[in-house]
Unconditional design. Structure first.
Length: 307
């Protein structure tokens, strides 16, 4: 009997249960910029990077929480951890954070874009952007581009987007990015932001050929995090009772992230999507190269980079 094989688009069902790769490589003397580092996947990445002796720049919203996290990490590991404050729902704060980092660090070896948001209702930033799309895509797009020359100067260097299998929910419509014409749902809004991030990644990968900078994206696993805690009590209760019990410890995310940004096997790998550490084929709509160029140009315009 012929063995049943899952189609490429459904391999995430198998990959979520598969054995993952790990790395014992050292990151001593490597400068790593990490957003969203005080909880969930970002916190686990921070712990693993500290264990690997990296010099870490935490880009976070909450100063007090960041100080507490840093204090805990420094009690365990003798490393350097800097804190840069920025709310990634405001483009001026994203720009300020990038400027602070560029002024202080003459090299950046790794950039990990981990800050993320899920909302069951449509909301808007003070600049009029749909919040989830801005935080999950436009902010990381802007931040990456602002740091890009430094990453190129520091090559070999690596960029890693913490993306999601949630991109498969799609929801991306470049003629209605801010959901003014359509009913908003949390899954499709989240899917739109993650789809846009993948589409622009293909364009950036093309631009970075021969630069010594790699750029990849990964789904951090089906793990317990605080994402979505900004939603109402009904969602939080549903998550606590029915979703969270099915999820794994976020420690696996930290190990996977570390492998992707530290291991020598990943040195020349670029323009790929991973489920944890296993390469995977994204949904068809997230690989449309005509759309990717359109979304890249739109992202440049919306973030003011085109000027």
């Amino acid at each position: 009997m012929k063995k049943f094989e899952l189609p490429d688009e459904l391999l995430f069902l198998r990959n979520s249960k598969a054995e993952q790769k790990t790395s014992s490589a050292s990151m001593e003397n490597k400068v790593v910029v990490l957003t969203g580092a005080t909880s969930g996947v970002g916190l686990e990445a921070l712990k693993r990077l500290a264990k690997g002796q990296a010099t870490i720049v935490m880009v976070v919203r909450n100063q007090q929480k960041a100080e507490e996290v840093r204090s805990t990490i420094l009690s365990l590991f003798d490393v350097s951890i800097d804190i840069v404050i920025a709310d990634f729902s405001h483009s001026d704060q994203v720009r300020h954070a990038a400027n602070v980092i560029l002024a202080k660090y003459p090299k950046i070896d790794v950039l990990i874009n981990c800050a993320g948001l899920h909302s069951t209702k449509v909301t808007y930033t003070s600049e009029g952007f749909e919040t989830v799309f801005f935080v999950n895509h436009l902010a990381s797009f802007l931040f990456t581009n602002l740091l890009l020359n430094r990453l190129i100067e520091s090559a070999p260097s690596r960029i890693l987007h913490i993306n999601s299998e949630g991109h498969r929910f799609n929801g991306l419509n470049i003629h209605d990015i801010h959901w003014k014409k359509r009913p908003y749902t949390g899954l499709r809004g989240y899917g739109a932001s993650k789809t846009a991030q993948l589409l622009t990644m293909w364009e950036m990968d093309d631009q970075l050929k021969k630069s010594g900078v790699t750029i990849n994206a990964m789904h951090p696993g089906d793990v317990k995090t605080s994402i979505g805690s900004n939603n109402g009590w009904l969602y939080r209760m549903f998550s606590r009772l029915f979703i969270q019990p099915l999820l794994k410890d976020a420690k696996i995310s930290g190990e996977a992230i570390y492998y992707l940004v530290a291991d020598s096997q990943m040195a020349n790998v670029s323009g790929k999507f991973f489920h944890l550490t296993l390469e995977e084929k994204p949904a068809k709509h997230a690989m449309d190269r005509i759309l990717s160029k359109q979304v890249y140009d739109l992202s440049m315009e919306l973030t003011g980079l085109k000027k």
